[in-house]
Design a protein around this ligand. Structure first.
Ligand code: GCO
Ligand code: MG
Length: 466
C-alpha cells in the first residue's frame, strides 16, 4: 500500500489509544516513566488499566451526534452526475462523506436525503451504524429501490467514514484488516474496429493490466444494426437508438477470436452482455465463448429474468458475473444459495451501502462465490473507495472493475485511488481516505440534460430492456 504524502501516516495500532486528550496525557506519562519502571512490570499494566478506564469514560461522556445530513451534486466527469452525501456531527470538524450517485435520477436521491434522511438521522449517535442502517432502511416502510438505497448508502458510507476518522483508522482496518496487499482490477476496451480494439488491449497490457473487458463498440454494438424501420415509420422520437440482437451476437465471438489470437493466452478477457438480448440468446453466446476461456461474462440477463440462471448453469461452465442492477436481497440471495453465479457484482451504493455489502460478501464466501463489485464511471471516488476497502478485507475477493478518473475529479475528490500495474492503490488515511472540496465542486454543475437514458429499440420499434 502506498501512503499518499497529503495524508496522515500509515495506521498504527497506537492511534486508537491516543485519540482523546486524557488518553494522550496518559500515553505521554507512560512513555516518560516506562523506561525506568517497566523492569518491574508494574507501570505498563497500571497505565493500560487507566487507559481502558479513560476510554470507557470517554465513550460514555462523549457521544457524538449527527447534526445534519445533506446531498451535494457535481459533474466532474462531464455528463456523469455524482451525488455526494455529507454527514456533520456535534464534534467540531468531524464529518463523514458517502456516495449516493444515481446518474439517471440524481435529484430524486438529493430529495430523499435532504427531505427525509436528514430529519430522520439528526440527533442519532454516529457510532450506532448498524442500528441507524436498520431503522433508516424501514423508515420509508417500502424499500429496496434504487432511490432510497442510494440515499441510505450515502448516510451509511458517511458513518463508516466518521468511525474511521474517530478511531484514526482506514475503514478496512475496522473490519478486520487486509487479506491481500492490493486490489487487482479490470479495465475496459471498446471499439467497433477489431484492429483498434487490439491496439487498445495491447496498450492496457503494456500499462500492467492483466484483466481487460472487451466490447465491440458500446454496449450491444448499436453501430452494427442497420435499417431502423421504426424511425422511417415515425415511431418513437428521432433520437431513439437502434439495436438488433443478431449483429451483436455474431460480432462478439469474432471479437474474442481476434483478441485471443493477437493478444495472447495470458490476458484475462471479460465481456459485458449488459442484458439487452433474449435469455436463450445469452445462453448460446456464453456457450460459444467457452472456447476463448473468458474470465467471466457479465450480466447475461436483465434482473427480471433471474429464473433463467439454472438453465444457463446447466448448459455452460463459463464463469458468470451478475448483479449491477440488483436492489434487493430477494435478487442476490437465491443466486448465491443455489451457486448459480461465480461473481457477485452488485453496485454497493445501489444496494444500500457498505453495511449490506459486507453481509453479502460474507454470505457469498460460504457458497464459493467471489466479488466483482460494480465500479463504473458513475460511482464517485468515495463509492470506489468503499469497494476497495471491502476488497482489501474479504477472503472471497474476485476482481474489481475500475474507472480512470480525470483531473477535474481528482481535484474535487483529493485522495481518489490510482491504478498501478493493474492494481488499485488507495491511501491509508482514516475513514475512506477521500475528501470532497465543495468549493471546487461548484465549478462542475450538473449538465442540462436530466440524465435519463434514451430508448433503445429493435428494428420494429420494440423497446430493448437492459
Ligand atoms: C458496467 C456497467 C455500467 C453501467 C452504468 C449505468 O459494467 O460498468 O454496465 O457501464 O451501464 O453504470 O449507469
Ligand atoms: Mg455492466
Amino acid at each position: 500500500m502506498r501512503t499518499d504524502a497529503a495524508f496522515p501516516p500509515r495506521f498504527s495500532p497506537n492511534c486508537f489509544l491516543v485519540n482523546t486528550t486524557i488518553s494522550r496525557r496518559l500515553a505521554l506519562k507512560t512513555l516518560g516513566l516506562g523506561a525506568g519502571l517497566s523492569s518491574v512490570g508494574f507501570v505498563d499494566r497500571g497505565a493500560q488499566a487507566a487507559e481502558a478506564a479513560s476510554g470507557r469514560a470517554n465513550r460514555g461522556s462523549k457521544a457524538v451526534k449527527i447534526t445534519k445530513v445533506r446531498a451535494i451534486t457535481c459533474a466532474t466527469q462531464g455528463t456523469i452526475r455524482f451525488v455526494v452525501i455529507r454527514v456533520d456531527t456535534s464534534e467540531p470538524g468531524l464529518y463523514g462523506l458517502g456516495c449516493g450517485t444515481y446518474n439517471q435520477r440524481p435529484l430524486t436521491v438529493v430529495t430523499a436525503v435532504n427531505e427525509y434522511l436528514d430529519p430522520f438521522a439528526r440527533g442519532r449517535d454516529v457510532d450506532d451504524i448498524e442500528d441507524i442502517w436498520q431503522n433508516a432502511y424501514t423508515s420509508s416502510y417500502w424499500r429496496n429501490g434504487p432511490v432510497m438505497n442510494n440515499a441510505l448508502s450515502g448516510l451509511d458510507l458517511a458513518l463508516w467514514d466518521i468511525k474511521g476518522k474517530r478511531t484514526q483508522m482506514p475503514v478496512y482496518q475496522l473490519i478486520g484488516g487486509r487479506a491481500r496487499f492490493a486490489v487487482d482490477t479490470y479495465t475496459h476496451c471498446s471499439a467497433g474496429d477489431l484492429k483498434q480494439l487490439e491496439d487498445q488491449v495491447k496498450a492496457r497490457q503494456a500499462e500492467g493490466y492483466r484483466h481487460i473487458r472487451i466490447q465491440p463498440g458500446g454496449y450491444g454494438a448499436l453501430h452494427l444494426s442497420k435499417n431502423p424501420d421504426f424511425r422511417a415509420a415515425g415511431f418513437g422520437l428521432p433520437g431513439d437508438q437502434h439495436m438488433d440482437a443478431l449483429p451483436y451476437l455474431k460480432a462478439v465471438p469474432k471479437m474474442f477470436a481476434h483478441i485471443r489470437s493477437t493478444c495472447g493466452e495470458t490476458v484475462e478477457l471479460l465481456h459485458d452482455i449488459h442484458e439487452r438480448v433474449e435469455p436463450n440468446h445469452a445462453i448460446n453466446l456464453c456457450r460459444e465463448l467457452e472456447q476463448y476461456r473468458p474470465f467471466f461474462i457479465e450480466d447475461p440477463f436483465s434482473p427480471e429474468q433471474n429464473g433463467w440462471f439454472a438453465q444457463l448453469r446447466a448448459r455452460t461452465s463459463v464463469p458468470i458475473a451478475m448483479g449491477e442492477l440488483f436492489n434487493s436481497p430477494h435478487e442476490w440471495v437465491p443466486l448465491l444459495k443455489d451457486r448459480l453465479i461465480d461473481y457477485l457484482r452488485v453496485h454497493i451504493t445501489q444496494a444500500g451501502g457498505f453495511t449490506p455489502a459486507r453481509k453479502m460478501a460474507a454470505l457469498a464466501e460460504w457458497f464459493g462465490v467471489r466479488s466483482a463489485w460494480h465500479g463504473p464511471g458513475d460511482l464517485s471516488p468515495i463509492g470506489h473507495a468503499a469497494n476497495i476497502h471491502l476488497d482489501l478485507n474479504i477472503h472471497n475477493f474476485g476482481i474489481q472493475e475500475t474507472t480512470r478518473f480525470n483531473d477535474a475529479t481528482r481535484e474535487v475528490f483529493p485522495g481518489t485511488h490510482t491504478i498501478e500495474n493493474g492494481y488499485a492503490i488507495h491511501n491509508d488515511a482514516p475513514g475512506w481516505g477521500v475528501e470532497f472540496d465543495e468549493e471546487k465542486a461548484k465549478k462542475y454543475p450538473l449538465p442540462a440534460h436530466p440524465g435519463y437514458w434514451e430508448p433503445v429499440r429493435r428494428r420494429d420499434g420494440t423497446a430493448v430492456r437492459p
